[in-house]
Ligand binder design. Structure first.
Ligand code: DP6
Length: 349
């Protein structure tokens, strides 16, 4: 029997939809919001959508009233009821999407990640992108890419707004959509434009103590925040130009400086936030050593201790081997630019 058939037996009025959505790594970061509630950023960010690090999410729309059901599969485990701290933001987003669609009923949701959650590997980006697209599918709602991005952003995870698209993605756009909105993400180049790799040095798998949301809130208290805002338009132009020209070293230098600036701002916020661990510094030093040895590799970090090392395909093995040899590195994940979310026929329940 098809899974759709099973769903109807249980009283579902919609179809079950499963979406696999990748995570992304920002070259220019979202750090600081003009409206934190709605995840409206101070500055445009630009990211590369990944291929391997992803969330998978199945959503079923049920006609009955009552509470949503949220299950998750912790790494290596089996599907179980999600703990309240994890389910809360999902439930809020389900309510938001149901209201947007003007529908009743409730949702049954299951989700899993291919990578450790909340360790600077943007699990909320892939998670909320997958959830939003799976809800749209389960409700049979067809919307534009701009709308998908806007709805994913309203989860409160700005980076989720970029994960609904593949390749190289900017958010928000600088050009208004027909409805006047500029708060959506758009694809700058597709994945085929440039095959870049991201070797992730995992040095920490525990959830970070200070969520990105709190980092955005504190960012303007850093004396360096205003300077970064001033530098960002030129920095975004530099990354866009180098991306267009496929000039890796020009782009890499800007990306690495941008990541260090974000962490300087975090460390000088009031109260300060230290995402880096000693192992982060060891990886950053190794990346500089790789460059001294003629291997073109550039580092970036999100709000966590793990380091994403960008390189060209020809250097991927050398970078992965060198990083894996560091005793501080728990695990290496080799990833690269990807084409964005896909729908799957098989479901998590
Ligand atoms: C440092 O508010 O989108 O990763 O939902 O935790 O991914 P998450 O955070 P969000 O802020 C992202 C912060 C960042 C930079 C970036 O991805 O742009």
């Amino acid at each position: 029997m098809s899974s759709e058939g099973r769903s109807q037996e249980r009283g579902g009025n919609g179809r079950k939809t499963t979406i696999v959505s990748p995570s992304n790594i920002a070259f220019i970061k979202y750090w600081g919001a003009r409206d934190l509630e709605s995840a409206l950023p101070e500055n445009p960010s630009l990211s590369m959508t990944l291929r391997s690090c992803h969330s998978r999410c199945t959503v079923e729309h049920l006609a009955s009233e009552g509470e949503h059901e949220v299950r998750w599969r912790p790494t290596g485990g089996s599907l179980e009821e999600a703990p309240p701290h994890f389910a809360r933001r999902i439930v809020e987003h389900l309510d938001r999407l149901r209201e947007w669609a003007g529908r009743g009923g409730r949702f049954r949701v299951a989700t899993e990640n291919s990578f450790p959650a909340a360790a600077g590997l943007a699990s909320s980006a892939s998670g909320f992108s997958a959830l939003t697209l799976a809800v749209l599918g389960a409700l049979g709602e067809e919307v534009s890419d701009a709308k998908k991005s806007e709805l994913a952003r309203r989860s409160g995870s700005g980076s989720a707004a970029r994960s609904v698209l593949g390749g190289y993605v900017q958010w928000p756009a600088l050009v208004p959509a027909p409805d006047g909105s500029t708060d959506y993400a758009f694809q700058v180049h597709d994945a085929a434009h440039w095959d870049l790799r991201n070797v992730i040095a995992v040095v920490e798998t525990e959830a970070k103590k200070t969520p990105s949301l709190e980092g955005h809130r504190r960012a303007p208290t850093s004396p360096y925040f205003a300077q970064r805002q001033e530098d960002l338009p030129d920095r975004l132009d530099a990354v866009r130009d180098a991306l267009e020209a496929r000039d890796f070293d020009r782009m890499g230098a800007v990306i690495e400086a941008e990541a260090i600036d974000l962490h300087v701002i975090a460390m000088t916020s009031r109260p300060p936030i230290f995402y880096w661990k000693p192992a982060t510094l060891a990886v950053l030093e190794t990346v500089r050593n790789l460059r001294d040895d003629g291997v073109s590799a550039w580092a970036t970090m999100d709000a966590g201790a793990n380091v994403h090392v960008l390189c060209r395909p020809a250097d991927e093995d050398a970078v992965a081997e060198r990083l894996a040899s560091l005793p501080e590195v728990e695990r290496i994940i080799v990833d690269g630019v990807g084409e964005g979310p896909i729908e799957e026929d098989s479901h998590l329940f």
